[in-house]
Ligand binder design. Structure first.
Ligand code: MLT
Length: 334
């Protein structure tokens, strides 16, 4: 009986390998910055599901959640040298390696999920993918849509720029985000994502910003109680693959990976549409108090767009690049 089962198992895996057109089965390692329940994890699962289905079960991947494989910025280095296969991380943590993707982190450029989809899935997304490949040795194969980064803190409701002044806010190690807070009058504290929960818990910092979905998945409600509905950045989080690893694959496998990435991108947008409103309610039920910035955020918007955009024209490829992005989402040029 045992022999029969073994023979059957061998036959099944041979069929799977033939279906994949691949000589050997793969189990890709995917670093994930966020925890279970996050949009990053959802995209990872969608990708794995599509990859397994397209390869007839021959290829799969494993998610290593919660920064287990290092800080998000470290994983870009690891993937660049080929010691890590893939990583799911926020675009703001790719920018230091490929400055032109900073156009997606400029404050108040992306104003909706639809803008994010248009930009990432159109020619601009394609161009930025090529730039990232050239600059950082990693290939963007899918996009996660996570929602607007909302400001949280442990001290008080913040509705105005004036309210921010005595708070210590953690930001990613990202120049655009650092300059944005400076335009609002404070010096933020750059800190790796993998250290942020502890930083909030030990009160080294009072607050941070990330989307509702991330705040919930990372359990920030345990150490933060105020949320301000800022909309300065719509968070998009690519799945990157090491180009060294990608180039080692057969053409069929490369095609499968790219298609699985496209499927994961489509499902990620749906996941956000289906889940975000309920997650916001969950945060309220868990004790977070959520407020809107006063005057429709006018002061935040004016200070950040006037103060920050011109500083980064050079690094994003000129003011023309920003105007191209704005035109693609139906906005007036600067
Ligand atoms: C960050 O704040 O560093 C990132 O946006 C975190 C994330 O990946 O969710």
């Amino acid at each position: 009986f045992v022999k029969k089962v073994c023979t059957l198992a061998a036959a099944v895996s041979t069929v799977a390998l033939m279906a994949a057109g691949a000589a050997d089965a793969k189990n890709f390692k995917i670093a994930v910055g966020d925890s279970a329940g996050s949009p990053q994890e959802a995209t990872g699962k969608f990708f794995i599901e599509a990859l397994e289905q397209k390869s007839g079960g021959a290829h799969t991947a494993t998610l290593f959640l919660n920064g287990q494989l290092g800080s998000e910025q470290d994983t870009v280095n690891e993937a660049a040298i080929g010691t890590l296969d893939m990583s799911l991380l926020a675009i703001n943590n790719v920018t230091p390696f490929s400055p032109s993707v900073g156009v997606f982190t400029l404050p108040y450029v992306i104003l909706s999920l639809e803008d994010a989809e248009t930009l990432t899935q159109g020619p601009i997304g394609q161009e930025l993918t090529e730039n990232t490949l050239r600059d950082a040795g990693v290939r963007i194969i899918a996009w996660t849509y996570t929602g607007f980064r909302r400001l949280t803190n442990s001290k008080k409701p913040v509705v105005s720029v004036a309210d921010l002044q005595d708070l210590v806010i953690r930001v990613p190690k990202n120049e655009i985000m650092i300059e944005t807070y400076k335009s609002w009058g404070i010096n933020p504290t750059p800190m790796a994502w993998s250290e942020t929960f502890t930083g909030l818990q030990t009160k080294v910092v009072d607050g941070q910003d990330n989307p509702y979905m991330t705040i919930n998945a990372m359990k920030f409600y345990e150490v933060q109680n105020h949320v301000t509905n800022l909309r300065y950045i719509f968070s998009i989080e690519p799945l990157i693959v090491s180009e060294a690893v990608f180039q080692d694959l057969s053409e069929d496998d490369q095609k499968m990976i790219l298609e699985a990435g496209q499927e994961a991108t489509r499902k990620s947008a749906q996941f956000l549409r289906d889940s975000e409103a309920a997650i916001k309610e969950e945060l309220i039920a868990k004790g977070m108090e959520i407020v809107d910035p006063e005057n429709d955020e006018a002061e935040f918007i004016q200070l950040a767009t006037e103060g920050v955009w011109p500083q980064f024209y050079d690094s994003i490829g000129g003011v023309e690049k920003l105007n191209e992005v704005l035109a693609a989402i139906g906005r007036d040029p600067v």
